[in-house]
Design a protein around this ligand. Structure first.
Ligand code: FES
Ligand code: FE
Length: 399
């Protein structure tokens, strides 16, 4: 704790964080407790657990959670820990079960977490050994979990996200591919990179075909009136389509952002060619709906386009390593080879993701050097990085 106090004291507002925040494994352990076991985390997609018994697991530091659909349709989150001798209960990333059976001694749990049967247990009451549950919420096809017994408010984020994301019908979607990456960088390096588009012109030729490098909170560059005019006109058009565009950006220092941004002329979606890559997911007469941006600190961002949605989930492994899952969703009834090709849907974001991870690894290598000193952030282009750092420091010091 002393090292943390010293680190916090050595932080200068407007600059990047001192080195120890990125490299110190003790700080990492504190983050797992103060942030990843306390905040809402993006867990996955409703369509992956649409049917009773469908589940997936989510690793969070030394924790693991099973997200599973109960028989009555209720979504549940259980800690992935058997109440007998503590074995991991679900060993796979995802599956479909009638009951949860521990692979060690065969204790059987119902989907709601109650213990149904335990062999050769004398003077024993199953009722006393339910799985430990965690908080879980679904909003417009996205699932969030919180490991804290006192989860933060989810009413306000749900109210902001639902009206804007519901038209994309993610509950009726399917995941067509998941790309998993192991990135040799601290998770904050990856979040910081996501929170600015200062690097986009330099690093992301495919992304820049469809996108402006504008629209991030705090970016009040003069001379960017072209983007502002385009966005104002698009907002009016989207309103008539019932898409309720409304920028909600980390309200009161909160953890989430949702905003619909226009794409460049000639681009209906974030594709290499501007055309749709899959059948429309949004049921509107005008397909020019831009791209809905979602951010959830500390582990999520996504872009909902008219034809596909991309979600990125960040899972810290250690101070030096991060797992990242990028998923692509299209309409459930779309047929591969006829309605879409995975490589076409994923083209822009596969290129952009690979570029980002490479940037982050090189950034992190420099952060680990003896020559690293906190650097100045641009007040316009990196305002959102500063906002992320402030949010992060509040979580770390509010405990
Ligand atoms: Fe699960 Fe023994 S540890 S049944
Ligand atoms: Fe990037």
């Amino acid at each position: 704790m002393n090292s943390m106090t010293a680190l916090v004291d050595s932080y200068t507002p407007g600059m990047t964080l001192p080195q120890g925040f990125y490299t110190d494994q003790t700080i990492f352990e504190t983050e797992m407790q103060a942030i990843f076991c306390t905040q809402w985390l993006f867990a996955g997609h409703s369509c992956d657990v649409a049917q009773p018994g469908q589940y997936f697991t989510l690793p969070i530091g030394r924790e693991s959670v099973i997200v599973i659909r109960d028989r009555d349709g209720t979504l549940r989150a259980h800690f992935n820990v058997c109440r007998h001798r503590g074995s991991k209960l679900a060993w796979h990333d995802r599956g479909w079960v009638k009951t949860l059976v521990c692979p060690y001694h065969g204790w059987v749990y119902q989907l709601d977490g109650t213990l149904q049967a335990a062999r050769f247990m004398e003077d024993f009451t199953c009722d006393e050994y339910p799985l430990v549950s965690a908080a879980i919420r679904e909003v417009a096809g996205l699932i969030f979990v919180c490991l804290s017994p006192q989860p933060p408010d989810f009413v306000m984020p749900a109210a902001a996200i639902a009206p804007q994301l519901l038209p994309h019908q993610l509950e009726q979607a399917k995941v067509i591919v998941r790309d998993r990456y192991r990135v040799h960088a601290n998770w904050k390096t990856i979040l910081e990179n996501n929170r600015e588009c200062y690097h986009c012109q330099v690093a992301h030729p495919e992304f820049m075909l469809a996108n402006y490098d504008a629209g991030l909170p705090g970016d009040d560059r003069n001379g960017n009136t072209r983007f502002q005019q385009t966005r104002a006109a698009a907002y009016q058009r989207w309103q008539t389509l019932g898409l309720s565009p409304h920028e909600v950006s980390f309200p009161n220092g909160s953890w989430f952002r949702i905003t619909r941004l226009p794409l460049r002329d000639g681009f209906l979606t974030e594709s290499l060619h501007g055309r749709l890559t899959a059948p429309p997911m949004v049921d509107v007469p005008d397909l020019d709906v831009g791209s809905l941006r979602l951010v959830g600190m500390p582990n999520f961002w996504g872009h909902a386009n008219v034809d596909y949605t991309m979600t990125t989930q960040v899972i810290p492994i250690s101070a030096h390593e991060t797992q990242i899952d990028v998923a692509f969703l299209v309409r459930q009834d779309a047929v591969e080879g006829i309605d879409y090709a995975v490589d076409d849907v994923a083209a822009v974001w596969r290129a952009t993701s690979a570029q980002d991870w490479q940037i982050c690894e090189h950034n992190y290598a420099g952060i680990c050097s003896s020559a690293y000193r906190p650097g100045r952030l641009s007040a316009s282009m990196e305002a959102s990085v500063t906002e992320f750092i402030n949010w992060y420091l509040r979580q770390m010091t509010d405990r």
